[in-house]
Design a protein around this ligand. Sequence first.
Ligand SMILES: [Zn+2]
Length: 304
Amino acid sequence: MPELPEVETVKRGLDKALKGDAIRSAEVLRQASIAYPDVDDFVRLVKGHKFGHVLRRGKYLLIELDKGAGLACHLRMSGRLIVRAGARSGSDSESESGSSREPKFLRVIFYLESGRELHFEDMRVFGRLWYKPKGASFEKVIPTLAELGVEPLEDMDGKHLQKLFANKSQPIKTALLDQRLIAGIGNIYADESLFLAGVHPLTPARDVKLAVLERLSDNVKTVLERSIASGGSTLRDYSDSDGVNGKYQHEAYVYGRQGQPCRTCGELIERLRIAGRSSHFCPHCQPKPRGVKVPLSKKSKKNN
Ligand SMILES: [Zn+2]
């Protein structure tokens, strides 16, 4: 599943690739891919628009069009938005390749003035596109946008986290993944940031001190930026449900490394399920705060 760094990578690529181009026409091959308005209106309304900037909010791509209109996209599980050479048979404009070129994954085609095509491809068909009419905000068309928390790469710092977590007795890991508090950190980045900040994932969010939250906030940014810098290449292979590419997993401190020695202290990395998500941590570098009960894991059940 594309996480924030992958979506940010797509955003930066599209912003550059679409500049100066316009939509000549659109063809919808799968109706369900269009969330708003209905397919006929979508095709009619996007026609003729010039592209403006491409923005990101959480994991939503927001493409500004001229005359105050816009196009939004959520890639969900397996969506891709890719600029390709025209006529479907030419070489790729992006260096993307692979099985998703099969027409059965192609859901929407935008034919561009330049002769190129903007393809929305989606194997799992959960991805969606919205057209935003002029005068409406993206939040009006996609109400979920208004519920998203702070952007971790922009507005977030320790003080901000302290305010967000003030009344939260839930584990810090759960709070970090709550989209209403922070928009789109993702499981792997939460685990890696907690390790770097030396915070046990089960620590109640409200108990984490400001100095530690400052560190945690910085680490979230570092981990996300590092993944963006490496191109967020998980869009190419969905080998892992959390969207972790082999390269990052190789570099990870704790994520996916249960049973392997901590890169800092040598202690074995452990894994816990917290609010339905797997959490990886080093019991030595991320000591459990007093009074926090660790739920039974597979390992401890075996020992009992
Ligand atoms: Zn350690």
